[in-house]
Write a new protein. Sequence first.
Length: 199
Amino acid sequence: MNLLQINTSIRGEQSHSSHLATLLTEKLQAAYPDSELIKRDLAQSAPPLLDGAALGVLFTPAEQRDAEQQALAERFDALIDEIQQADRIVLGVPMYNFGIPAQLKAWFDAIARADLTFRYTESGPEGLLRGKKVYLTLTYGGQHSDTPLDTMTPYLQTMLGFLGMTDLTFIHAEGLARSGDVAELALRQAELEIAALEI
Ligand SMILES: Cc1cc2nc3c(=O)[nH]c(=O)nc-3n(C[C@H](O)[C@H](O)[C@H](O)COP(=O)(O)O)c2cc1C
């Protein structure tokens, strides 16, 4: 059992989404004591940006790349290898400016690769990252889930589903920028939801 925890908050030790993700990972580790864990912090180590040059490199056969291009291709390939190996994925995702963190978008751009993580068939696209379970801890300063302002939940469902990951468990903690004890209560509620999860 390979576990992959991906933190995407830019707030380091202060991060609520990473804190909740860690609780989930600890629960998975307790359920699968022999599991191997990889923790990837996309804010500390951002994926390469899929710009025009990078796209060109990925479409250049390996034997025609120069050393710099090959090194860049290997950074993309390593992220694909990591997600292919993972059986359980825990994803901590804060809302920044009404969307997912830019680093997480860069990660999706890095791992979406035709014939490796998805393919086109006569009946439409098919995700190749199958048989995985994904747990997501989403944090918001406001209260947006189940409204059109929550761009994160539908996007994550679409993107992960496109890649073949359809077994998704969402934990939402909302109102974390609100005054009074709203934030504290939302965090405690999310922690209780994690504790009650059937892994
Ligand atoms: C740069 C930045 C932008 C933010 N934009 C939004 C936003 O658009 N909507 C929202 O509800 N909360 C927003 N927030 C609040 C965060 O979602 C909230 O603080 C959450 O706890 C962040 O998760 P984290 O603690 O894991 O970083 C923003 C916070 C930061 C730092």
